[in-house]
Design a protein around this ligand. Structure first.
Ligand code: 5GP
Length: 139
């Protein structure tokens, strides 16, 4: 069973497509958080960011890079929040990687990306050092 976004790629479900190339596509979100709310996807179906092969990840970033100013200019936005819900626990509902470009406006009442997590943890310097070393050891 393919994802709803694969069905958009296949042309089986209509969408307001704003950009398409060999490996990526961008279209307006059906339930926009702001005018111009756009989703950028790899055409092939990968659930999470880490499932995306490196060359497709580069294409995906290039499309985001291209789309952000176009979206902002189209709706005369002051800024944009660009984010991925990466996994169910982070709020990902469609299991097909997609970057959200949400245009932002001065005084729009929204929050920064810092508002998305739960209560901020109180971590000691040692704990921070351990976490940094652990991440560094895995890349
Ligand atoms: P997620 O929570 O997975 O990060 O976001 C999924 C997004 O996809 C939501 O913002 C939702 O409005 C959007 N969406 C879900 N179904 C469709 C659809 O059929 N067409 C379009 N254009 N957007 C969709």
């Amino acid at each position: 069973m393919s994802t709803i976004f694969s069905q958009i790629v296949a042309g089986d479900i209509p969408a307001r497509v704003v950009y398409e190339d060999e490996t990526t596509m961008a279209f307006l979100d059906a339930n926009p958080l702001a005018p111009g709310h756009t989703l950028v996807i790899p055409k092939d179906e990968y659930e999470r960011l880490n499932d995306v092969p490196e060359e497709v990840a580069a294409d995906l970033y290039a499309t985001l890079h291209r789309l952000v100013p176009a979206v902002e200019e189209a709706v005369d936005a002051d800024a944009s929040t660009v984010a991925f819900n990466n996994g169910e626990a982070a709020g990902q509902e469609v299991p097909h990687v997609h970057g959200h470009i949400v245009p932002r406006f001065d005084g729009d009442g929204g929050g920064p990306i810092h508002a998305v997590a739960g209560e901020a943890p109180d971590l000691s310097d040692d704990e921070l050092d351990d976490i940094a070393a652990d991440i560094d050891g895995r890349v």
